[in-house]
Design a protein around this ligand. Structure first.
Ligand code: AMP
Ligand code: TRP
Length: 336
């Protein structure tokens, strides 16, 4: 038996921020040696809301380079681009035809994003979770490390796989494997710096609401200086009246590699004037190695392309046989 397989992905839209890092990439890196990993830059998902064609390729390379800069190890992981493996689009169509429309209409993220798009809601936005299911199911994935916000999409993925198996497979011969979500408690939901009740998001119009992984030290300083706090003295976790305080302490705890107990003690008597510089310094120091590595990767001509080429090969070796299996189960069987 080989190692269990992990699949995950991030969209190349906007800059990768601390929420993406702490909720997703950091967990990929931490467990990677125990798994056979596929990390995808999901550029087909990126066009489900309006996008800039001129920026797509550069943004896609940037996300792939950041995966590597954050410590993804090519000894145990393949890094590739979704649109390079056509099986993703093809399986999406096959899954579309067995997915009840109301399952998609019930997705919270769809409802939220549809409101923001006003009258311009594309069919792709509704279909987004089916494409995500195809991503995962093509690789007979065991585990999917994501942030809390993706839990509903993973449940849907399992429902779609179960429906495919029920309709076109048998108990002894399931067509698709049901994946398990992998969601860590800490960092699973990093909140906005300007509103501790909303999650940090690429689509927030305010740059001040998030820290991007490639933000230079001066920018981090400015953003932390101006981030929302409260007027209570002494800093505490888990006070529902103080969401910003909880979020900032959690960020400090994770980025400084401390336990909740030690941060609780260290910060119990602090005011914001004392805590903010500490958080800034910790954040700048934690991001520096990632930023240095990113510059190195981008400076080496052809390196990233060679990684993505190899990634595509490894991905196709698994995705294409899965697609063939689903097509056979559905009755596509004329040999040529
Ligand atoms: P996206 O930015 O939507 O492409 O998300 C990529 C990954 O980052 C997914 O696994 C998300 O669950 C995770 N993620 C995005 N925003 C946050 C956040 N504020 N806190 C924790 N995880 C997040
Ligand atoms: N929908 C995910 C997000 O916004 C990104 C994604 C696409 C993904 N396909 C995936 C995550 C497959 C995990 C597995 O965060």
């Amino acid at each position: 038996m080989g190692k269990p397989r992990v699949f995950s992905g991030i969209q190349p839209t906007g800059d990768i921020h601390l929420g993406n890092y702490l909720g997703a990439i950091r967990n990929w890196v931490e467990g990677q040696s125990n798994y056979e990993n596929f990390f995808c830059v999901v550029d087909l998902h990126a066009i489900t809301v309006s996008h800039d064609p001129k920026a797509l390729a550069a943004d896609t390379r940037k996300v792939a380079a950041l995966y590597l800069a954050c410590g993804i190890d090519l000894e145990c992981a393949s890094v590739f681009v979704q649109s390079h493996v056509s099986a993703h689009s093809e399986l999406t169509w096959l899954l579309n035809c067995i997915t009840p429309l109301n399952w998609l209409e019930d997705m919270v993220q769809f409802k939220e994003k549809a409101v923001k798009q006003a009258e311009n809601v594309g069919t792709g936005l509704l279909d987004y979770p089916v494409l995500m299911a195809a991503d995962i199911l093509l690789y007979n994935t065991d585990k999917v490390p994501v942030g809390e916000d993706q839990k509903q999409h993973l449940e849907l993925t399992r429902d779609i796989a179960a429906r495919m198996n029920y309709l076109y497979g048998s108990e002894e011969n399931p067509v698709l494997k049901l994946p398990e979500p992998m969601i860590r408690a800490e960092g699973a939901r990093v909140m906005s710096l300007t509103d501790g009740t909303r999650k940090m998001s690429k689509s927030d119009p305010s740059e001040l609401s998030r820290i991007n992984l490639l933000d230079p030290p001066e920018t981090i300083q400015q953003k932390i200086k101006r981030c929302k706090t409260d007027s209570v003295r002494g800093l505490t976790f888990d006070d529902s009246e103080r969401p910003e305080c909880h979020n900032l302490l959690t960020l400090y705890m994770i980025l400084s590699n401390q336990t909740k107990e030690s941060v609780t003690q260290e910060c119990a008597e602090m005011g914001w004037g004392q805590f903010k510089p500490l958080l800034m310094e910790t954040m700048i120091a934690a991001l520096k190695p990632i930023q240095d590595k990113y510059q190195e990767i981008m400076a080496e001509p052809g390196y990233l392309e060679s990684v993505l080429r190899q990634g595509r090969q490894n991905a196709e070796a698994i995705a294409n046989p899965t697609l063939a299996r689903v097509k056979a189960a559905l009755g596509y069987s004329i040999p040529l």
